[in-house]
Design a protein around this ligand. Structure first.
Ligand SMILES: [Zn+2]
Length: 116
């Protein structure tokens, strides 16, 4: 038996790729120490902080960012790392757009308030 280092599922010795997540399996059976604790945090950077800030500043874009950010770990857990990275990048773009729009809108309101 080989234990997948990504998802921790057992695989037949003859397999080169994990039957569950498709990750490449090590040639020698994984040691218990490295296999017992598969990494919980995705290597994909998920811009959670940005999405929260965007939601505060400009909710419509912030919510789009959160929807995308929420899908990142799901893609990662199913082995679709590229999709996880794309979704994280999309979440970051929505968040940045929300932050910029929110700041501009606030600035415009402050200017308008001072002019009136
Ligand atoms: Zn696996």
């Amino acid at each position: 038996m080989k234990t997948c280092t990504k998802c921790g599922s057992p695989n037949d010795e003859s397999l080169t790729k994990c039957a569950r997540c498709g990750a490449r399996l090590p040639r020698t059976p994984a040691t218990r120490a490295s296999a017992s604790r598969p990494s919980e945090t995705p290597p994909v950077k998920n811009p959670i902080g940005l999405t929260v800030l965007a939601t505060v500043l400009f909710p419509p874009f912030g919510i789009m960012a959160i929807i995308n950010a929420a899908q990142v770990s799901g893609w990662y857990q199913t082995g679709q790392i590229d999709h996880a990275k794309e979704t994280a990048a999309l979440a970051r773009r929505w968040a940045q757009a929300g932050i910029i729009t929110g700041l501009l809108a606030d600035t415009a309101l402050v200017i308008a308030a001072n002019l009136l």
